[in-house]
Design a protein around this ligand. Structure first.
Ligand code: SAH
Ligand code: SF4
Ligand code: F3S
Length: 439
């Protein structure tokens, strides 16, 4: 029986797509290999949101050339995802030992494309638009207790720095009946936590005659018996009062929100085409915090956007101090060919971007630590996710607010990933908490 290995880069959409790629290959009779070196088919599910993601793919594919030239010429290398979508057949010119190229709209074609390549025909196919949602395809979930569920695909926002709308296509919402049916099937299969996915979940339904909207999806998914609902990503311009109400009123919806701000400067936000101001964002945060007790916030932010001055950056620093994020995904601006920002003047020198990056991280460290200290002495229900990566004598779990908690594994032999446990929080560190089970 032949074997496969999938290497995933990029965001949660890609993680979800990779579960579907694995599901499709298993439905085609293949089994998972432990490493690329042992696999007959190696699939790269790629990302091109920043330049270093591109470079990593080229490096890794090149290093696999040795497998083929070293005595296993029958091994097939497939490249899919966002770089596949962007580069298509060009990829094979640059990396001649790639056999199959597919894109973000035709994951389901992978088994056929592999077969075509085996028979010496072209294994390249890129489509401009998709017809399926990843969640409709067979799946091999990474965890039995957690599932991704895509409610929208694509993006219509065209933030000026971002390649995603060009490689994921126009925004499309999945009918709510299909979303709920999928959620119900997952719960019946033992899933306790569902993460709803879309580049901008808050605009769900805009293309479906204007209703139902995202708040309705939250309420409907909660009726399936799922215990925790998370979602990503929220665009601040589309987060409605009804969504805040649904988050506040629906106990299954976690008190955690990833709300990318990208910049705290109105001038930069306008140049990024984000369509909100820092005042709007701060007001939104204050309404969210009033409605949802204990809400933890995380964000994405870009430093060194073209034309960003020290003053602009200080606005970002100030906003970060006001919000007090629990976590931030901080990026140095990376020009992406074909996006409007790539031709803007005012490139920020790397050393200045790096210095701003470091200053921002310091602020996040201090707010993350403060957020953890707030939980000292409390009892938190955690969902066990596995053994600690650094110390196998510890189990790791997450609070509803998405904070990482480590507890000793001893005496908890009946506790396994996917189970809930009440723990007493004993120690707070910058990036995690330590606790012990409440007996
Ligand atoms: N749809 C999501 C995620 C988009 S990509 C959202 O809107 O939040 C994830 C993050 O990558 C973005 O939020 C942004 O912070 C970052 N990013 C996107 N393009 C980038 C670029 N050209 N340079 C640096 N960071 C970028
Ligand atoms: Fe990119 Fe903006 Fe769409 Fe997010 S909302 S995927 S940052 S264009
Ligand atoms: Fe990357 Fe594509 Fe996601 S470019 S961030 S994998 S949508």
């Amino acid at each position: 029986m032949s074997t496969y290995f999938v290497r995933t880069f990029g965001c949660q959409m890609n993680k979800h797509d990779s579960e579907r790629i694995a599901g499709l290959l298993e439905a085609d009779g293949m089994t998972a290999a432990r490493s690329p070196e042992e696999a007959d088919v190696i699939v790269f599910n790629t990302c091109c949101v920043r330049e270093n993601a591109d470079e990593r793919l080229y490096g890794q594919v090149a290093s696999l050339k040795a497998i083929k030239t070293g005595g296993r010429p029958e091994v097939l290398i497939a490249v899919g995802g966002c770089i596949g979508q962007r580069d298509g057949a060009l990829l094979q010119k640059q990396l001649p030992h790639v056999d199959v190229v597919f894109g973000t709209h035709n994951i389901e074609a992978l088994p056929e494309l592999l077969e075509a390549a085996r028979q010496g025909r072209s294994g390249v196919q890129i489509l401009d638009e998709g017809h399926t949602f990843a969640s409709d395809l067979p799946s091999r979930r990474e965890h039995s207790w957690h599932a991704w569920l895509s409610i929208t695909v694509g993006c219509d926002n065209f933030c000026t720095y971002c390649i995603v709308p060009y490689v994921r296509g126009r925004e499309r919402s999945r009918p709510i009946e299909d979303v709920v049916a999928e959620a119900q099937a997952l719960v019946d299969d033992g899933v306790v936590e569902i993460t709803l996915l879309g580049q901008n979940v808050n605009s769900y339904g805009r293309d479906l005659y204007g209703a139902p909207r995202f708040a309705d999806v939250l309420r409907a998914v909660a009726t399936t018996g799922v215990q925790r609902i998370r979602f990503a990503t929220s665009h601040p311009k589309d987060l409605s009062d009804d969504t805040i109400r649904a988050m506040a009123e629906t106990p299954e919806v976690c008190n955690y929100l990833h709300l990318p701000v990208q910049s705290g400067s109105n001038r930069t936000l306008a140049a990024m085409n984000r369509v909100y101001t820092r005042e709007h964002y701060l007001d939104l945060v204050s309404r969210l915090r009033t409605a949802i007790p204990g809400l933890a916030l995380s964000t994405d932010v870009i430093v060194g956007f073209p034309g960003e001055t020290e003053e602009d950056f200080e606005d970002t620093l100030d906003l970060f101090k006001q919000v007090g994020y629990h976590q931030s995904f901080t990026f140095i601006y990376s020009p992406r060919e074909g996006t409007p920002a790539a031709s803007l003047p005012g490139a920020v020198p790397r050393a200045i971007s790096q210095e701003r990056f470091d200053r921002l991280i310091e602020v996040v460290q201090s707010s993350a630590a403060a957020g953890h200290r707030d939980l000292l002495g409390t009892t938190q229900r955690i969902l066990i996710t596995g053994h600690s990566k650094r110390d196998s004598s510890m189990l790791t779990g997450r609070t509803e607010s998405n904070k990482v908690v480590h507890i000793p594994a001893t005496g908890t032999s009946d506790v396994e990933p996917g189970k809930f446990l009440d723990v007493h929080i004993q120690e707070a560190q910058t990036w995690f908490l330590l606790g012990y089970p409440v007996s």
